[in-house]
Structures are given as C-alpha cells and as structure tokens.
Design a protein around this ligand. Structure first.
Ligand code: URA
Length: 235
C-alpha cells in the first residue's frame, strides 16, 4: 500500500495529512526518506519523526448518528464529529456522509479498500431512508423518484419509493437509493415538489440500527463484515 494509506491504517493521520507529513520529510521507510509514491509492505519499518509506527487491526463500527453531529474525521470549526462518538482506537473514519441534521445508520472503518467500494456507485450499495416531506406525493411524484429525477449533476439512478403514511401537512416516504450523491434525498424530494423536513437513514448496506439509540455504536460481527465484503466483490 502507499505510505499515506499505511499511516492512515496505523492511526497516525488521515491520508491527506499523511501526505503533508511525507512532504515535510518527517517519514522514513527502512531508514530512507519516503516520497508520496513510496510503497510499504507488512515487513517494512516505517518511522514518523524517528518513532516506529505499526498497523492497527481492521475495525468496523456501526453508529446511530444523532442530529447536530458532523460527518467528518476532523472539523476545522471544532464541532462535534461522528468520530467523537465511537471508540478512539483503532482510528476509523466515516464511509460516505450524512448531513448535519440527518440521523441514522453510518458505517465507520479503517478498511480503505472496503470503504472505497462501498462508496462507489458501481456497487449499488442499498441505502434506505425515511423522509418526512411536505405535502402528499402523488403517483407522478413517486414515479419520478423511482425512475429518475433530473438534478444539476445529472439524472438519478432508479430508486425505490413508497408512501408510508400521511399526516396533517406532511408525509412519510421510504426511499431506497443505490448511489450516494451530496444531499441526494433532499434534492430529489425538492425536485418533485416535496421538500424534506426530517431525514433518517434506516439501513446502510443491509445494516440496521436494531438496539442502537442515537449516539450509540457497536462493532460489526465477523459475519457482517464478510457479507459487506461479498456485496462489493472483495470476498
Ligand atoms: N441525502 C440527503 O439529502 N442527505 C443525507 O444526509 C443523506 C442523503
């Protein structure tokens, strides 16, 4: 793996920050100054500022993200982040993103290969959202959500959309998406005339929040990790 990936897996820094350490000449591999292209294997000796670093074990954590917490590993504005809500070691980072006000299932891991594939639209990983929207979406709006909505970054892929309940002024929609663009659910619902008031992700790649209250997290079981790997062709 590249030296930045190694430093990230060693819990030293994000890949971007690791690149900065390399550029600053603070990283050595087998005694030689590392470059951004240096490759590192399991038996190489990696040092940062003269101190040896080692890989951390792979870790996979499912978090019930509460509202008001930012989905990032480090927030320049120093707000509370999802990483603050899960065990510190091994260092894990979120796969994809939920908006500040969105609640629900969020996976965090230090397994870069798995995270990359889960986030890639090619693997069509299912994400199930519960959206409280304004008004009552009729058959045309539901058909548009299912077949594809034209957004400023292109038409959305086919999705599943189901009207679950209607209330006084709002309705509850269940949407299953197989891609993950920025603010996608909010933009899709707004585009069909039903802006989102509240958004919750019920499940991510088949992982549901059973037993987890907002702010709580749990490690994945080995069988769950195996299933995720199979889902994206890494088995
Ligand atoms: N779509 C959104 O609009 N927001 C989210 O947080 C997730 C999906």
């Amino acid at each position: 793996m590249r030296v930045n990936a190694y430093l990230s897996r060693a819990g030293i820094a994000s890949r971007r920050r690791a690149d900065e350490l390399v550029r600053a000449g603070r990283v050595r591999v087998n005694g030689e100054l590392a470059s951004l292209h240096t490759l590192v294997g399991a038996h190489d000796v990696v040092e940062v500022d003269g101190r040896r670093v080692a890989l951390e074990p792979l870790a996979y954590v499912l978090l019930h993200k509460p509202a008001g917490v930012v989905t990032t590993a480090r927030d320049p504005q120093r707000r509370r982040t999802v990483v603050d809500l899960v065990p510190r070691k091994p260092r894990v980072v979120p796969v994809g993103r939920l908006d500040l006000d969105t609640t629900g299932a969020l996976l965090l891991t230090n397994d870069g290969a798995l995270a990359h594939r889960l986030a890639h639209p090619r693997y069509e990983v299912p994400k199930v959202y519960e959206a409280e929207v304004e008004g009552v979406p009729g058959p045309e709006a539901l058909a548009a959500l299912r077949e594809g909505v034209e957004l400023d970054d292109g038409e959305t892929a086919p999705a599943e959309a189901r009207l679950v309940a209607t209330r006084d002024e709002t309705s509850l929609l269940e949407l299953t998406l197989h891609e993950g663009r920025k603010h996608q659910v909010k933009r899709m619902c707004a585009a069909v005339g039903h802006p989102v008031r509240r958004l919750h992700r019920k499940s991510y790649a088949g992982l549901t929040l059973d037993g987890l209250r907002p702010g709580e997290s749990r490690p994945l079981a080995p069988a769950e990790v195996r299933r995720l790997r199979e889902l994206v062709g890494l088995a």
